[in-house]
Design a protein around this ligand. Structure first.
Ligand code: ZN
Length: 223
């Protein structure tokens, strides 16, 4: 049976306001009230609102996912010729000092490209992150010479949420990660991280209240 779709297409000059309302960006109380009032009685904006809901739910889910090796391979391909990238595996080390806050890991460089890699693999995608030991953490590193940074992308077999994670390389650098496990430290040779002890600290407190807009913004503006 043919389904009769009533596609209601219309436009409303206030749809922009509705989006701002949705994102929690209306700071003026009066403006907010007016936008809410308008939303209650405007079918166009009601539809816009529920569409936004779907869109942002999707975007939020996507940007919170750790970056895949394939994506990084692609970024390397399209990046400048002197872009160097690699994979490090960090495994926990027994520590005499019990530090409740940060756990020590030892880093091992498994692969670099445009560098002195020690495997035959040519791409990150040749490595199956899912086969990593449960308690290890992988760091994909990529140089950004323009900004003098080394970009870091975390991956761990048991975690998908790296928001607020911290990494510290004794005497060298400190980084705080965003939702998708991305952060940066001052530019250094990836190989120089080989054998280094790296401290990881998970975010202690619950997710800070923030509206969708700031959450999304914070995950895309780290670079
Ligand atoms: Zn409207």
């Amino acid at each position: 049976m043919k389904k009769q779709e009533t596609t209601f297409k219309g436009s409303c000059e206030h749809s922009n306001l509705t989006e701002l309302l949705y994102l929690g960006q209306l700071e003026n109380e009066e403006e907010k009230k007016l936008a809410q009032l308008h939303l209650q009685q405007c079918p166009v904006c009601k539809r816009t609102f529920s569409e936004l809901e779907q869109q942002y739910r999707f975007i939020e889910k996507e940007i919170q996912k750790p970056v895949t090796n394939k994506t990084l391979d692609l970024a390397k391909e399209v990046g400048s010729k002197d872009t160097k990238y690699g994979l490090l595996i960090c495994e926990p080390v027994e520590s005499a000092k019990t530090n409740k806050k940060a756990a020590p890991y030892k880093a091992k460089v498994l692969f670099t490209a445009n560098g002195a890699g020690n495997t035959k693999n040519k791409k990150l995608a040749d490595f199956n992150l899912k086969s990593l030991p449960e308690d290890s953490i992988a760091i994909r590193a990529m140089t950004d010479k323009k900004c003098n940074k080394l970009l870091l992308y975390l991956w761990s077999p048991q975690n998908e949420d790296f928001d607020g994670w911290e990494l510290k390389i004794s005497g060298e650098a400190k980084a705080v990660f965003n939702l998708s496990g991305m952060s940066q430290i001052p530019l250094m040779e990836i190989e120089d991280l080989n054998g280094k002890v790296i401290y990881f600290k998970e975010r202690q407190t619950a997710f800070a209240s923030g509206n969708r807009f700031t959450n999304i913004k914070s995950s895309i503006t780290t670079l």
